[in-house]
Design a protein around this ligand. Structure first.
Ligand SMILES: Nc1ncnc2c1ncn2[C@@H]1O[C@H](COP(=O)(O)OP(=O)(O)O)[C@@H](O)[C@H]1O
Ligand SMILES: O=C(CO)[C@H](O)[C@H](O)COP(=O)(O)O
Length: 560
């Protein structure tokens, strides 16, 4: 009798529940629930309380809705007896954190805090804590804090500590009322199992926690702000479990909510991008995986720990026990194209796409595929949501160079694709220059699945073959792999992540191979990209000046 494992992938815009056959990794059924509140970056749910620039919040009730609707739906669609679902894993974006009370209730769900933005979930792309991140980096560097090196020399405003400190400064009442600040992924584990078991993956990559050294010292936190001296004991938790372990089992209550059987093993949560690694069949060193969606994460394994500037982090056993797992990334990839179609598309293009019955992305991609490398006359810096690697600065912004009266939307679309590919090349070269070889490149995620032009451009710009993970739901498959490991061999699952990955993952037959003449043109353009990158990223602070002026002006102007 076949056995199944359930993977639930909580992305930026939706949660997906996907059921996989444990023996082969075959996808059996999928259910997707778009988040009711989506990403709140202008207003709180009341539609009245306005958010400042760089805020990005979510509502935890949306995650609960995923459990309540997507899980029963996937069970019903698959026609499978829940007794045959032997395990469950979840992955989540990160650092996506919320303050909760001692009963596990998010503070934003309490009447008295519902109009306080700090009581909501601060999504990974909430970038308003850049000042706090800058101060943490300055103080840590000045004190010679060892942990900083593991995070490429700088931590990002996307991480947990800057976000908590921002809350303490701007809303001490939320900070003091909170029993804990918790990653949304760990909170979902609590909903399902009743256990507060934090994941070593979230803690390691996003909360500066280390397997042997723990969190940074009290002394360091005190140097940031005396009120933070005991932040670890008071607001975090040392109950951290390794990924690959079982967090607990489905409780009676969560069984009622989801239709799963009480007692079903649940794996420790993992970051969405990281879950994709075993799902792409990667369990050995020097194979880079690009997880390409709203953002792109670049992940690879190696035996040794080498300090590499500008990466997001290195975590021992971060994904596959026995290896250092390196992460770097780009904060804005699919989001560029989303911004573009929301703001810059002529109605004529929308009409034509409708007539052809294709999505506007496909329409623009088809138009852009008729243009040769270098033919747009454009060059862009892909920093519409700041730069995560290698500059680690959310206050950097985008540039398009070379526009004139003849510039067409598809040319801009193509140059944005190229810019993200150049951004990935900077990351790849940075790893190589610092002694971490990259021998093979794999890709997965929404974009790797949906946009062949983009993947060809990446192969040309990176000048290497790109293999694509077979599953269209790689993060969910990764979670299901962890679910099967939580169940263990004796229940029909697996005893190791490596065994589960070997059995449940594969890559597609189609490989994107570099076209030599395209690669030559892109080599030339990349040199110019690098010059722009260094100029605006390191030499000229005009982008930050513009933000300062904008903030000063908006403080002076009356509220609309
Ligand atoms: N055909 C396409 N080409 C380029 N970008 C696309 C295409 N279709 C969707 N996108 C972008 O991909 C992103 C969604 O990626 P996906 O992997 O599905 O989700 P997530 O990153 O939230 O897990 C959105 O930003 C969307 O604008
Ligand atoms: O920082 C992350 C991983 O380390 C985020 O989870 C990720 O960038 C968001 O992912 P997605 O593009 O799938 O929405």
């Amino acid at each position: 009798m076949a056995k199944y494992s359930l993977g639930i992938d909580f992305g930026t815009l939706s949660g997906r529940a996907v059921l996989f056959e444990v023996e082969t990794g075959t996808e059996v059924a999928t259910a997707i629930k778009e988040y009711t509140h989506g990403v709140m970056d202008e207003f709180l749910p009341d539609g009245v309380n306005k958010l400042s620039d760089n805020w990005a919040l979510q509502h935890p009730n949306d995650y609960l809705e995923v459990l309540k609707t997507a899980i029963p739906e996937v069970i019903q669609k698959s026609n499978i007896n829940p007794d045959d679902i032997i395990g469950l894993g979840i992955d989540f974006t990160a650092s996506t954190i919320m303050p909760i009370d001692s009963h596990g209730t998010p503070l934003c769900m309490l009447e008295e805090f519902s109009s306080n933005p700090h009581s909501y979930v601060k999504l990974w792309k909430h970038h308003a804590a850049q000042n706090e991140a800058n101060l943490i980096n300055e103080i840590a560097e000045c004190r010679g804090e060892k942990f900083l090196k593991r995070y490429g020399g700088k931590i990002s405003s996307e991480w947990l500590i800057p976000k908590i400190w921002e809350t303490l400064k701007e809303s001490p009442e939320v900070y003091h009322t909170a029993d804990q600040f918790i990653e949304a992924g760990d909170w979902v584990i609590y909903l399902l199992t009743g256990e507060f078991k934090r994941s070593s993956c979230f803690a390691g990559y996003k909360a500066t926690w280390h397997k042997r050294e723990g969190y940074p010292s009290k002394d360091f936190f005190k140097a940031l702000d005396p009120r933070l001296e005991n932040v670890v004991e008071e607001k975090l938790s040392n109950n951290i479990s390794s990924i690959g372990m079982k967090a607990g089992e489905i409780t009676k209550e969560s069984a009622g909510l989801t239709g799963l059987r009480p007692g079903t093993p649940v794996a420790i949560a993992i970051i969405d991008a990281h879950a994709a690694v075993p799902a792409a069949g990667i369990s050995e060193p020097n194979k880079l995986l690009m997880i390409m969606g709203t953002s792109t994460c670049h992940i690879l394994l190696n035996e040794k720990e080498v300090d590499i500037p500008g990466i997001c982090g290195i975590v021992e056993d971060g994904i596959i026990p026995g290896f250092m797992a390196y992460e770097a990334g780009q904060s804005c990839v699919g989001d560029h194209f989303e911004w573009f179609i929301q703001n810059c598309i002529p109605t004529e293009y929308e009409r034509k796409a409708r007539e052809k019955n294709v999505h506007i992305h496909e329409f623009l991609t088809e138009m852009a595929s008729k243009i040769k490398p270098g033919e747009t006359g454009l060059l862009a810096l892909d920093w519409w949501n700041g730069n995560r690697s290698t500059l680690v600065d959310a206050n950097l912004s985008g540039v398009i160079l070379g526009m004139n009266l003849q510039t067409r939307p598809e040319e801009i679309y193509r140059c944005l694709i190229e810019a993200t590919a150049f951004g990935s090349r900077v990351i790849v070269e940075n790893f190589r220059e610092h002694g971490i070889p990259i021998e093979e490149i794999y890709a997965c995620g929404g974009i790797a699945e949906k946009n062949p032009l983009m993947m060809q451009i990446y192969a040309d710009v990176l000048n290497i073959d790109i293999k694509i993970a077979d599953s269209a739901q790689t993060a969910a498959l990764g979670s299901a792999i962890f679910g099967a490991v939580a169940a263990g061999g004796s229940r029909g699952g697996y005893d190791t992540i490596r065994d589960a990955s070997k059995a449940m993952s594969r890559v597609k037959d189609k490989v994107y191979r570099p076209i030599p003449e395209n690669a030559n043109v892109y080599n030339e353009l990349f040199k110019e990209y690098e010059r722009l990158y260094n100029y605006f990223g390191l030499e000229n602070n005009i982008m930050k000046k513009l933000i300062r002026i904008k903030n000063e002006r908006s403080r002076c102007s009356p509220k609309k």
